[in-house]
Ligand binder design. Structure first.
Ligand code: ZN
Length: 283
């Protein structure tokens, strides 16, 4: 794909800020990385066709991944999601779903990064077949889905106000702790008993912290995107992370570096939109 200079994204008018970790802005300050990942993604020849193939569910479409990198696939675990969502947006377009894994790193001694990033680690996914944060905007290809980022955040804001949703979140996470415990084949009988005790304590702490009135407000959450090629699933999903330290003390920190702040991704994509509009007006 070739781009004219008018479409060439720049980072000039965007500033980088460093923030303390475990704050709602813990994933910010990565505009340069967002920019370089964006340029690399759209530089791949088959990107526009593959984005469209996924979006339109074109059965006959053949995807062309870059060598050695994961790429757009015809179907993912989030495509036509079959699980039980924790909440659904009023217009039926977005789902709030839970992380399948436990938030406790200790339950994954051999693969700590499998654990969740917080006691409350949720995801918002669109039913629409959108690939990734990077594929939400391309002026040359007439793609502009930037506004879905705001919709996903608003959807969560509304869902979180509902106590029954918060209760479902707690129940989902308790089950994740139990499921992981059942899967452990690396423990002998004694170790299993000790771990089980810890699991019970974690579940109690989870319930106490999350369901305490006003313990966790919308303002306590960070919203993260894993941009290609660092995404684990090839379907847009926004990670929703409770950031206060007490909610993250058992969780993995291993994904923080690659997680981009959803507001910052939106800001970057909007800067491309502004440049495209300005370029069009100057032409
Ligand atoms: Zn992800």
């Amino acid at each position: 794909m070739s781009q004219t200079s008018a479409n060439q994204p720049t980072t000039e008018n965007l500033t980088e800020a460093t923030q303390p970790s475990s704050s709602p802005s813990m994933f910010t300050g990565k505009i340069d990385q967002i920019h370089s990942q964006y340029v690399k993604f759209w530089a791949h020849e088959s990107a526009p066709g593959d984005v469209a193939g996924y979006r339109n569910a074109v059965q006959s479409h053949v995807y062309t991944p870059p060598p050695g990198k994961q790429w757009i696939k015809a179907s993912t675990p989030f495509t036509e999601f079959k699980g039980e969502p924790l909440a659904e947006s009023g217009d039926g377009k977005l789902l709030l779903i839970g992380n399948r894994e436990s938030f406790d790193e200790e339950q994954y001694p051999n693969d700590r990064k499998k654990a969740g990033m917080s006691m409350v680690h949720l995801m918002v996914i669109p039913k629409e077949r959108l690939f990734n944060g990077l594929s939400l905007f391309s002026a040359p290809h007439g793609i502009d889905d930037i506004d879905i980022i705001d919709s996903m955040i608003s959807m969560f804001r509304e869902a979180w106000e509902d106590r029954t949703v918060r209760e479902k979140v707690v129940a989902h996470q308790k089950k994740a702790i139990d499921d992981r415990h059942k899967d452990r084949t690396d423990l002998d009988e004694v170790a299993r008993g000790k771990v089980l005790l810890r699991c019970e304590e974690l579940k109690q702490e989870l319930e106490r912290l999350v369901l305490k009135e006003d313990a966790l407000k919308f303002e306590d959450f960070a919203f993260g995107l894993h941009l290609w090629p660092e995404n684990s699933v090839g379907h847009l999903h926004m990670h929703v992370i409770a950031t206060p330290t007490e909610f993250r003390k058992y969780s993995t920190k291993l994904h923080e570096a690659k997680t981009k702040d959803a507001y910052e991704v939106k800001e970057y994509l909007e800067s491309l939109r502004s440049q495209a509009v300005a370029g069009h007006q100057n032409a």
